[in-house]
Each structure stands twice: as C-alpha cells, then as structure tokens.
Design a binder for this molecule. Structure first.
Ligand code: BES
Ligand code: MN
Ligand code: ZN
Length: 466
C-alpha cells in the first residue's frame, strides 16, 4: 500500500472518499448527510461504517462513512482503529484507491498511517491466490512528517510480523543472524558456537544442543549522534520450541515457530532506527537457537553454568527461554548500559493471567516500568505489571545447584521474572512477557491471525522519547 498526503482531496478523483461522522454531528459531505444520516439514520457509533454511491455528484465514486463515536472520547488509539476498520472495508469492496478526509484534529497522522498499514497486512507469501489489497490511499489534513513516521512504524511492524509468521524452517538462527548483519546503519557481530562457549554461556548453549541448527548469538548496535543514554533490548529467539525432551503436546507445539517473536521485535526496532535517527545508543541482542529433542539434547537434571557463574539445575527443558535470556542479560549488563529491556514469549502462565490483549511487565525499577506502561498505552498496546516478590524465588530452590529453571506452575510468569532477575547486575531492567500478545490464533481488533508485532510500537516510541 502506498500512502500519500495532500492538503485537500476535494477535487481529487478516487474510487472511495472516506469521511468520518461523530455521534450527534453532521458529516462534511452534503450527500452523506442527506442519504446516510437523515434518510437511513446512520448514527456514527464508533466503528460503524456506511457506504453510498455518489452517482457522479462529486469526484469520488463512493463515500465510505466511518463512525467515530462520541467526540469527547476520540483519541489517537481510536483513530488507528477507525482507519484499520475503513481499510478492511475498502478491501472487502475491492477498492484499489481511496482518499481520507477526516474532520478532526490534524495531529493524528501517525496513528492513521499505522492503522492503515496494520490493516493492509497479510502473510500471503506462500498462497497462490494473494490477499485483496488497497493499492493507494491519500490522507488530507495530516502533516507529512507525522504520516512518514507512522509509515516507518507500520513498516517495522510488518517486518516483525513477516519474520515471526515464517515457518521455523525459514527463520532459523542463521537466518536471523543474516538479517541482522544486513541492516542499514547498524553494526552487527554474530558469535558462533565456539565463541559462545568461550564466553561461558552454558545456560544458552545447553538449550540449542539438541538441534541440527547451530546457535547464533547476535549483537547489533545503533549509535545516534549525541547519545543521551545506553539501552539494550534483548529478544527471546527460540526459532522453534518443541519443549525439548520435556516435549510439548501436539496442540501446544503448533504455533511454536512464534517463540522468536521477541527477537523479531528487536530486529524490527533496530531496522527502523536508521530512519528515525534518535539520539541514543541501542544494543539489540538475540541468543538464537532451537529447542529440540534428540540424542544430543540437554536433559532434566543437568546442571548448567551461566555467564555470571551461577549454576542452574534443569527441572524442565521446556523452560528454555529463561536459560537463553539469562546469558543474554549477563552479556548486556557487561556492556555497561543504563537500561535493559527484554521481550519474550516466555510463559503460558502469562497468557492464563492476562489473555491475548495484554502483555505482562516486571523489572527492578518502578520508573522504567511505569514509563513503559504509559508509552504502551499511548502506542496502542497494553502492558500490565506483574509482581516480583522475593517469595516467588522459594519454588526455584535446588538441592544441587544455585537454582532450578522452573518451580511451581502457580504464578509462573512471576517465577520466570524472579529467575531472570538473578542475571541482572547493574542496569535498570524491565522484562516484557508477550506470550499471549505476540501471536493470535484468531483475528483480534485490527489484527488478522498470526503475528502482531507486539512491542515494536512501544519500544520505538520509548526510544524516541529519551
Ligand atoms: N515458549 C513457551 C511459552 C509460551 C506459551 C509462548 C504459550 C507462547 C504461547 C515457553 O518456553 C514455555 O514452554 N514455557 C513453559 C514453562 C514451564 C515449563 C515452566 C510454560 O509456560 O508452560
Ligand atoms: Mn518452552
Ligand atoms: Zn519457549
């Protein structure tokens, strides 16, 4: 989809002119007021749509009216949803181009562009029959700059969604390393198995042992002009999570190609930085591998030594994400960064607790956590803080090592959080659990099923805000 901006679309010929209607107000188009509002009683409740033919009375063939709901309740998030809704309607009627002329605050250009690109998304690479797409849309009134930024965000999300939707056979650790090595404006170092061994990452290495795919530890770096802060973002990069020897049942394994959604998010964010040019130093880190059962797999009862010297008894090979993150966290802390954010499809318990609309967040710094929650809200995502009381550590007690990798099923998301905390030394840290939000089994809101690009918008906005 191509997105353009014009001051006015009054005289622009197009297939569909998209306008809005607030409840209890008229629209900007006479025709719409006469036919849709007065004759048919179209109210304009949020998300309602109404399509009418113009019979040549204006330069557009049709008018699509989108309900904006109550004026005082309208905001940037509603703008994103409304534009998504309109684009889906345009797809349904096979419209190839449209002009959007909304009678609203002109600062909503970024949300509008993001909404259009989220709705435009389809993963149809492997389909013979491609999805129906709107080829071109033109926004009136919004600033070019806001829309451009929305396009950067929308394209970052698309990149992340594509990568997480790809089969594990395609998105291997080596593939992630290759992608990371080819990003504009980013310097990348990829460590192979021997180097990972030399760095002492015994927890991460154990997870990948059963796989035919070699592990790749990926370190990307972006450096802005006058960096105000050093930030590390770590994405869980399990390219396929079969559970390992503690193998998952078939139904739980079905979507486990999504277990690198955190890594895909970090790659999407890093890729966008050279266009956004924020004044910050960002390290993107991915400990990529597959969790597979085989004769060379790590086993329950094994004792692993992480990079910081702490020992871990393997209680369950399916709690692999935290083992890879443990070593990645140690690595990030050694870089001397001010803040570390990790993002991971970490626990089924988080999905049970918060569902598929809300990601869990925890960490060691209330300011960082509350800032991220606030940025998420204004970015159109939802983060909810989960507790990290020291009592959660009790269930990780081991008789033979410093800790086990799993404890009780109850409170599983928090237990994973306190496990990770053992590997954070120095920086402010936040952990985002996107197990429920990264990948949808059925459509939800503006998203089709599959990957959502969870975390991309929020992390980009957070980086921009420093
Ligand atoms: N990748 C899974 C978590 C997950 C579950 C992600 C559902 C997306 C959707 C993780 O590695 C895992 O298997 N966690 C286990 C931990 C348990 C063994 C303590 C879980 O949540 O069941
Ligand atoms: Mn697992
Ligand atoms: Zn996993």
């Amino acid at each position: 989809m191509e997105i353009k901006v014009l001051d006015s679309v009054k005289d622009t010929p197009c297939e569909v002119l998209v306008i809005n209607k607030f409840q209890d107000e008229k629209t900007s188009q006479e025709l719409a007021n006469t036919f849709a509002v007065e004759k048919d009683g179209f109210e304009g409740k949020f998300g309602q749509t109404y399509l009418l033919h113009t019979l040549g009375k204006i330069p557009a063939d049709k008018i699509l009216i989108v309900g904006f709901g109550k004026k005082e309740e309208f905001d940037a998030n509603k703008m994103r949803l409304a534009v998504s809704k309109a684009v889906k309607k345009l797809q349904q009627i096979h419209a190839k181009n449209a002009c959007f002329d909304f009678d609203v605050n002109c600062d909503y250009g970024k949300s509008a562009a993001i909404g259009a690109l989220i709705a435009d998304y389809a993963f149809d690479k492997y389909k013979t029959e491609k999805a129906t797409r709107v080829e071109e849309i033109t926004f009136a009134k919004f600033s070019e700059k806001d829309v451009r930024e929305g396009i950067i965000f929308g394209e970052a999300m698309k990149f992340t969604r594509d990568l997480a939707n790809e089969p594990a056979e395609y998105a291997t650790p080596s593939k992630l390393a290759e992608i990371a090595s080819n990003l504009d404006g980013i310097t990348t170092k990829v460590y192979d198995k021997e180097e990972i061994e030399r760095m002492g990452m015994g927890a991460y290495l154990a997870v990948g042992k059963g796989s035919a795919q070699a592990p790749k530890f990926i370190h990307m770096k972006y450096c802005g002009k006058n960096p105000k802060k050093k930030l590390a973002i770590i994405g869980k990069g399990i390219c396929f999570d079969s559970g390992g020897l503690d193998i998952k049942p078939a139904s739980s394994m079905l979507t486990m190609r999504d277990d690198m959604s955190g890594a895909a998010c970090v790659l999407g964010v890093m890729r966008a930085l050279s266009s956004l040019e924020p004044d910050i130093e960002v390290h993107g880190i991915i400990a990529a591998c597959e969790n597979m059962p085989s004769g060379t797999s790590y086993k329950p009862g094994d004792i692993l030594r992480a990079k910081n010297g702490k020992t871990i008894e393997v209680d369950n090979t399916d709690a692999e994400g935290r083992l890879t993150l443990a070593d990645a966290l140690c690595y990030a802390c050694e870089l001397g960064v001010d803040e570390v954010i990790d993002i991971a499809t970490l626990t089924g318990a988080c999905v049970v607790a918060l569902g598929t609309n809300v990601s869990g967040i925890m960490g060691n710094d209330e300011d960082l956590i509350s800032t991220l929650i606030r940025v998420a809200e204004s970015s159109g995502e939802k983060f909810w803080e989960l507790p990290m009381y020291p009592e959660y550590k009790d269930s990780l007690k081991s008789d033979i090592a410093d800790m086990k990798n799993t404890g009780s099923r109850q409170g599983g998301a928090s237990i994973a959080g306190v496990f990770l905390k053992e590997f954070v030394n120095g920086p402010k840290w936040a952990h985002i659990d996107i197990a429920g939000t990264a990948f949808l089994e059925k459509p939800q809101g503006e998203f089709i099923s599959g990957s959502t690009g969870a975390g991309v918008r929020t992390i980009l906005n957070y980086i921009k805000s420093v």
